[in-house]
Design a protein around this ligand. Structure first.
Ligand SMILES: [Fe+2]
Length: 306
């Protein structure tokens, strides 16, 4: 089948203490910490590497300041891994590191790794919901979650240059087996990894016409986790980048935060799942960003004393 999921990501950063505080508050689990770097894990065993002194084999950073340096993709079998490495190796330099990761560089300058996927099983407990005719929760009052613990990194969004965008996309679709799900001509291409069910595993966005990290999304079990996780981050002093809403493409509920490692992170829940019967949709104009976003006039009322 091929690529299943994001296996790990590496950021080069300046302030390790600040980044560790951020991802600890965000709900990832610290598994390693030295003076120079830290490693966090999601509940399904994907790793986030924060490095003040990144590996010399990584390509140069694509932008100034802290940023994403590499995304390593997890592949289901040794045979598929070999096949992908051979395909990429035909016209790209590929280096293998001691930990069994094959490293190369995409057409925009982001590091790309390939390795065997090592998914960790985790028990997912989505909250049972009640509605007329569909009662799933009897005699049980809800408790606050107080914070969120991401199940997995579910998608990565990278900004790419307008010029050469077809080649940038072709690296993932032609060589790595990603399938475009929604092509938004003025904005970018949403694509799905062959072993993933999510409507998109990756977005290459050319709208800002500037190469850099846009965001990485982390799936949480439900809406409450998106809201309470975001509230917890705000209480801890982090800055919200986009308030609660539901995307048009992918239908996921979202909340975004500015991340000190570069770009933003997204709490995401309830994304569309699509299989091979979902045909690529091509949009000549950009659809609305969201189906809905949180609106309030409560603050105005407070300001006028109403
Ligand atoms: Fe997203």
């Amino acid at each position: 089948m091929g690529i299943q999921r994001i296996e790990s990501v590496t950021y080069s950063i300046a302030d390790l203490d600040e980044c560790v505080r951020f991802f600890d508050d965000f709900g990832l689990f610290l598994v390693e910490r030295t003076e120079e770097h830290a490693v966090f894990e999601t509940l399904t065993g994907q790793t986030l590497h924060l490095d003040t002194d990144p590996h010399p084999l990584l390509p140069p950073p694509v932008e100034d300041g802290p940023t994403l340096r590499e995304v390593v993709w997890g592949v289901d079998t040794r045979e598929e891994l070999r096949r992908l490495v051979d395909a990429v190796g035909r016209d790209h330099v590929v280096r293998e590191s001691a930990d069994g990761v094959f490293h190369t560089v995409d057409r925009s300058g982001f590091g790309v790794g390939l390795t065997l996927a090592r998914p960790k099983k985790t028990a997912v407990e989505a909250r049972p919901a009640n509605t007329l005719g569909g009662v799933n929760r009897w005699n049980t009052a809800l408790e606050p979650l107080t914070r969120a613990y991401p199940l997995r990194m579910c998608h990565v969004a990278l900004n790419i240059a307008k010029e050469g965008r077809e080649e940038a996309v072709a690296f993932y679709t032609g060589l790595l087996g990603f399938r475009p799900t929604d092509v938004v001509e003025p904005m970018g291409v949403f694509m799905q990894a062959p072993g993933d069910d999510d409507q998109h595993t990756m977005l290459l966005c050319h709208r800002p016409d500037r190469v850099g990290v846009n965001h990485i999304a982390y799936e949480v079990p439900g809406f409450d986790d998106v809201i309470e996780g975001g509230n917890h981050m705000i209480e801890r002093g982090w800055r919200e980048a986009r308030k609660l809403g539901r995307h048009t493409i992918g239908s996921n509920v979202f909340r975004f935060l500015h991340a000190p490692c570069g770009g933003r992170v997204e709490y995401a829940a309830d994304m569309d799942r699509v299989d091979d019967t979902y045909e690529t949709r091509v949009h000549e104009t950009t659809p609305p960003h969201h189906i809905w976003a949180l609106r309030t006039n409560r603050d105005q009322d407070a300001a006028t004393g109403a």
